[in-house]
Design a protein around this ligand. Structure first.
Ligand code: IVH
Length: 674
């Protein structure tokens, strides 16, 4: 690494930490990475080096010291979080044969005798930890933050290859087995084709599809996804094995899915030969792999080597480098997204890469451009990383032309000319002219009509057409469109006009939570809209909410709270909301269809959490049937936290701190029976 001053190092460390945390969140929580694993590992390794040179800036909160977390923002999805019995670690990694050989040589200096190595494929999916007791599956947890994971058992039991009951003999009384849930290419392609048919955003790669599917709220939907599993690590007290491979062979005999591609290597050379062999052969596998994992096979030697805070010292991963191309950067365009976010897009000298010709690549944001130190005319490395759109991962400085100039990041919106803004905590620049910028207006309509929002039968082209003809500017304009107007437009006929208008009419009965999502408040996604709807019950209550109350809702942080407040501070948004209300859209949760059984819960707000003898939905219906109101999160206004089995620990903690009464299922029945 070139010499760097202390001040510059401090700044760089802060930037790298922020960037790495953001990418961890994109990868593990949103299942939507914006950089490839290789780029991520490069940033991580730079941070590690800087922290080594400047230990005074190496803090415990650094991403070099903890694994990325897949835990959803508390309360956004209803999975109970359970502590891991043994921490669930990550693996150190390398991209070079030399470093791999060094790893083995160094390790052999520490162990009391020679080690052998289990060489395995590194399956590219999402980690899972299964616990079996007396031969039965007790639960399945995601890695979470490494110390606690989401309990996804109800989804995992729908994976055909995972047995809920083991067969065979000598099964330990209790053990954990860890592995990877992955989506084979065939299932991935089928899923994306279905998504395309429905006009939904496809998954960028099988890994994202696997982890997104594992966290689906509806186990039935997840059943259709064709997930598979491979298990590769057994843990427990006093297990009767002396080697890792022996343990895996036993697991296979109990009916657990294990890899058929593992081999034992006696030496570093054999390890490297395995790597070389699979670097080619993996291309013919029916599932994605992102490298090779090497593990010391002898369990006593594993114990001797131990682990660091983040990974075991007895294992490491060799990662395959993604295919790259080197090509000149011709220019940069700046695109405006539907929420006003500006994305720089590189125009490249066309170059072949993994079977297609690449002409454009994403540069994400100004930080990313600065991180790459990219200049127009530079030879740049292009990669198809985790995503569909290729991106620039590096610059070949040795080929920088003398006249190479820094690209001019625009000060004004390329679409409407408004000065761009950037919030302190955000990577992207935004055009603030949300009510006047054409791309944003059209984008708002496209979001509003989408399936998960108002579900109006129309595509992007219809919105373009209606906008271009001046028929729509504000969301409410959709509701005053007439058949005569539509029939004047190119390509419209009686039938298509009728269908479109009928679908607009039908959208008036779309429930409040989806209307709230459809409004397109920045940062408020589908799940947050659901939570807000169930907490407040109506748009009026939400609009009147003080900031402090918004912040009390699990999952709503400063950025979202500010966004909600500024949305309802905008006079044009208020006018739109009122016009939509006049048109008959649902601006409050509809009273439940269940007839009123009693008023014993009148005025009470109940938070239902955990598992009961009836489903959670039925429980909530009972609350309403007895005059109570349901809420998704515990706050000062909560009357009861109705806690079933495995009730959310965060909710319990919050109830205790706020003095909210926690009641059991039986106590609940006593209350409603009077
Ligand atoms: S062993 C304590 N073996 O790769 C180490 N991991 O980047 C336990 N992975 O967190 C992991 N294939 O999710 C191991 N054959 C394999 C693997 C594997 C994929 C994943 C696993 C791990 C990640 C590290």
């Amino acid at each position: 690494m070139a010499k760097i001053s202390k001040t510059a190092a401090k700044e760089r460390i802060e930037l790298l930490k922020k960037e790495l945390e953001r990418h961890n969140h994109n990868y593990y929580v949103l299942n939507s990475p914006t950089i490839s694993d290789f780029e991520f590992d490069l940033l991580m390794s730079e941070l590690q080096t800087l922290e080594k040179i400047f230990p005074e800036f190496a803090m415990a909160d650094s991403p070099t010291q903890h694994v990325g977390s897949d835990l959803n923002a508390a309360g956004t999805l209803e999975f109970v979080q359970i502590p891991h019995r043994y921490p669930m670690l990550s693996l150190s990694n390398t991209y070079s044969h030399e470093e791999m050989a060094e790893f083995c040589n160094r390790l052999e200096k520490t162990t009391s005798r020679k080690a052998t190595y289990s060489c395995e494929l590194k399956f590219d999916g999402t980690a899972i930890c299964l616990t079996y007791r007396k031969g039965k599956l007790v639960h399945a947890l995601t890695r979470g933050d490494g110390t606690k994971g989401d309990d996804v058992s109800r989804n995992v039991v729908n994976i055909r290859t995972i047995p809920t009951v083991l067969k065979g003999s000598d099964i330990p009384d209790e053990f954990e087995i860890r592995g990877e849930i992955y989506m084979p290419f065939e299932a991935f392609e089928r899923l994306n084709a279905e998504k395309a048919d429905k006009g939904e955003e496809p998954f960028a790669n099988p890994r994202n599809a696997a982890s997104g599917s594992l966290k689906l709220q509806n186990p039935e939907e997840m059943k259709e996804r064709g997930l598979d599993c491979v298990l590769y690590h057994i843990l427990g007290e006093n297990l009767p094995f002396t080697t890792h491979s022996e343990a895996i062979t036993a697991a296979r005999s109990w009916g657990l899915p294990t890899s058929e591609y593992s081999e034992i290597a006696q030496s570093v050379d054999e390890v490297l030969a395995y790597i070389e062999k699979w670097d080619t052969l993996r291309k013919g596998l029916p599932f994605a792999t992102d490298g090779i994992v090497i593990k010391v096979n002898e369990l006593d030697l594993q114990r001797q080597l131990g682990m660091t805070a983040k990974s075991p010292r007895w294992a490491t991963a060799y990662k395959f480098k993604p295919e790259q191309a080197l090509t000149p950067l011709l220019s940069v365009d700046y695109q405006v997204g539907r929420t006003g976010a500006i994305t720089p897009v590189a125009n490249l000298e066309p170059v072949p890469l993994s079977g297609t010709i690449v002409k454009r690549a994403s540069l994400h944001n100004l930080d990313q451009m600065q991180l790459l130190d990219i200049h127009i005319g530079d030879y740049v490395y292009v990669e198809k990383g985790g995503e569909i759109i290729p991106k620039i991962t590096g610059v070949e400085l040795s080929r920088r032309p003398a006249d190479a100039a820094l690209p001019d990041f625009p000060a004004l919106c390329p679409d409407c000319g408004t000065p761009l803004e950037r919030d302190e905590d955000e990577a992207k620049h935004y055009c603030p002219n949300s009510n006047g910028c054409p791309t944003q207006i059209k984008g708002r309509f496209i979001h509003f009509i989408s399936r998960k929002a108002m579900d109006i039968l129309a595509g992007d082209a219809t919105i373009e057409q209606l906008y271009d003809k001046g028929l729509i500017r504000k969301l409410q304009d959709l509701y005053s469109l007439t058949k005569e107007q539509l029939l004047t437009l190119e390509g419209w006929q009686e039938k298509s006009a009728d269908n479109f208008l009928q679908s607009i009419g039908k959208s008036k009965s779309v429930p409040f939570a989806r209307v709230l999502f459809a409004l397109g408040i920045r940062h408020i996604g589908e799940q947050n809209a659901k939570m807000l709807a169930s907490h407040y019950g109506s748009l009026d209550a939400l609009m009147d909410s003080p900031r402090e109350e918004l912040l009390q809702i699990d999952g709503i942080g400063d950025v979202m709270a500010d966004s909600i407040i500024s949305f309802f501070d905008d006079i044009e948004n208020l006018a739109t909301v009122e016009k939509l209300r006049d048109n008959g859209l649902q601006m409050a949760i509809e009273e439940s269809g269940t007839s009123r059984l009693s008023d014993r819960l009148a005025g009470a707000t109940v938070v239902v959490s955990g598992n009961f003898s009836i489903s959670r939905e039925e429980m909530k219906a009972l609350v309403e049937a007895h005059g109570g109101k349901n809420s998704g999160s515990v706050s000062g206004r909560t009357t009861y936290l109705l806690a079933g089995e495995k009730s959310g620990p965060e909710k319990m903690k919050k109830a205790a701190s706020l003095g909210v009464k926690v009641i059991s299922e039986d106590e609940f029945y006593s209350i409603i029976k009077g």
